[in-house]
Design a protein around this ligand. Sequence first.
Ligand code: C5P
Length: 221
Amino acid sequence: MKRRTSVIAIDGPAASGKSSTAQMVADKLGFLHVDSGSLYRAATAAILRREHDPSRWTEQTVLDAARPVELCAARTSFYPVLEGKAIEEEIRSADVTRHVSRVAQMPRVREWVNEKVRDAASSRNVVVDGRDMGTVVFPDAELKIFLVADSRERALRRLRQTGTPTSEQLLDDETIRIKERDARDAKQTVPAEDAVTIDTTALTQAEQVAQIVALSKERAE
Ligand code: C5P
């Protein structure tokens, strides 16, 4: 059945500014933000609660742990809830970040995430961000954006976001971690043929947001 709501899909590699940009675009347009990565992270947090040794995880045990996760709507965004509680802090932990790409390789976990994201978009206008929103999940999205940025710039933004004081060594280490995650996520991080690629290395957040809002207004006309 054809969707009656609007979808703006923002994809791109780790720390390319997708989520914060998507939230600001959503706020400007009066849409809700859905961060698909938060669901992969929630599945990872849920299995980590049950089994701390990732070598013992199977697709089935991850799915079983993830099933109780719900995607709830707040005023400006959807957010994952586990056992009745928001788990924002837990899903951003270093442990979850280290293991999430492995969980995201599991095809049935991907189906589980995609269904939840599509369900959210069935009742509300949304800006969704992730890796494969414009390719796999919403091939019919009204607007598809692919954000890219230099890996060192992304590492710098990540350090600033976490409030870590920046040194050359920390920046080198974070750049390596980001490149490793790029390599692990490469398969699903591909721009849709009809996506607009925006290189944000030299852009401010406000500039990125303004470009995307302008594009969405153009499309709507
Ligand atoms: O966007 P974020 O970095 O929070 O996503 C966490 C992880 O979830 C990514 O490193 C990737 O492995 C996975 N992911 C994905 N497909 C998406 C969104 C996230 O594979 N659509």
